[in-house]
Design a protein around this ligand. Structure first.
Ligand SMILES: [Zn+2]
Length: 231
C-alpha cells in the first residue's frame, strides 16, 4: 500500500520535473500512443505539413554557399518549435526539427550535404550562450549527428564579437553588424574540408555567409548550409 503510494508520488514528482517525458512539446496534451515521442499526432501532422518540398532543395543563397537546405518553412508548427527551442529553452523541441533535417540529408543523394565531412553549428557569442544555457544550433547538430552518423565539430569556429540581433536590420546593416564576428578556432579541422553549417532559422542567410567567408579564407573546400527552418 505504502509502496504504491510512494510510486504514485514519485511519478507525479517526475512529471512535474520532466513534463517533456509525457506531454506534447507544442500543445502540452498528454502523449498517448506508442508512436508519439515528442509531439502528439495532430502536432506532428501539422509539423509534417510545414516540411519543404524536396524539389525546392538545395536552394541558392550566395556564391560562398551555393547549396542550402532546410527541413521546414518558417511557419506554423515548425516556427513554434524553433521559437520554443530558442526562447523557452525547451531543448526537446530540437528533436522533431532535427528529424525533418535528417530526412533532407537522406534525400540529398548526390548533393553537397551528403558529401560533407562534418556538421558545424553556427556559434553564439559565449556571453549569449551562457545566458541561454546552450546553443540551439549545437543541440540540432547533436540530434542530426545521431540520425546521419556525420560528426559534429562545434569548436572549429568561434564568435569573437557580440553582435546585436539581426532582426529589423536591412541586408547592408546585417553585413556590417557581423563584420569580424567569427574566427576559425581550429584550422586543421577546417582546411580542405567540406563543411555543413547548421542553424535554426535561415532568414537572409547573412550570418551563414559571414561564417562561410571566414571558413573559405582558412581553406575550407566547400560550405553548405542546413537549417531547421527557412523564412
Ligand atoms: Zn500537440
Amino acid at each position: 500500500m505504502m509502496t504504491a503510494l510512494l510510486r504514485k508520488s514519485l511519478a507525479a514528482l517526475a512529471s512535474l520535473c520532466y513534463p517533456q517525458n509525457n506531454c506534447c512539446h507544442l500543445c502540452s496534451q498528454p502523449l498517448r500512443t506508442l508512436g508519439e515521442q515528442w509531439l502528439c499526432e495532430p502536432c506532428q501532422k501539422a509539423l509534417d505539413e510545414a516540411a519543404l518540398d524536396p524539389g525546392e532543395q538545395p536552394f541558392f543563397l550566395h556564391e560562398l554557399i551555393p547549396c542550402s537546405y532546410a527541413g521546414f518553412a518558417h511557419e506554423g508548427a515548425a516556427k513554434e518549435l524553433a521559437q520554443a527551442l530558442k526562447y523557452n529553452g525547451d531543448r526537446f523541441c530540437a528533436l522533431p526539427l532535427a528529424q525533418g533535417m535528417a530526412t533532407v540529408f537522406a534525400l540529398d543523394c548526390a548533393g553537397s550535404l551528403r558529401k560533407s565531412d562534418f556538421f558545424l553549428p553556427i556559434p553564439l557569442h559565449p556571453s549569449r550562450e551562457r545566458m541561454r544555457g546552450f546553443n540551439q544550433a549545437e543541440t540540432l547538430c547533436q540530434s542530426l549527428s545521431y540520425h546521419t552518423g556525420l560528426p559534429v565539430i562545434p569548436t572549429a569556429l568561434r564568435r569573437v564579437r557580440a553582435t546585436r540581433p539581426q532582426v529589423g536590420l536591412d541586408s547592408a546593416q546585417r553585413r556590417n553588424n557581423l563584420h569580424g564576428a567569427f574566427e576559425v578556432a581550429d584550422i586543421q579541422a577546417v582546411y580542405g574540408k567540406r563543411i555543413a553549417l547548421v542553424d535554426d532559422v535561415c532568414t537572409t542567410g547573412s550570418t551563414a555567409v559571414a561564417c562561410a567567408q571566414v571558413l573559405k579564407a582558412f581553406g575550407a573546400k566547400e560550405v553548405c548550409l542546413l537549417t531547421a527552418c527557412k523564412a
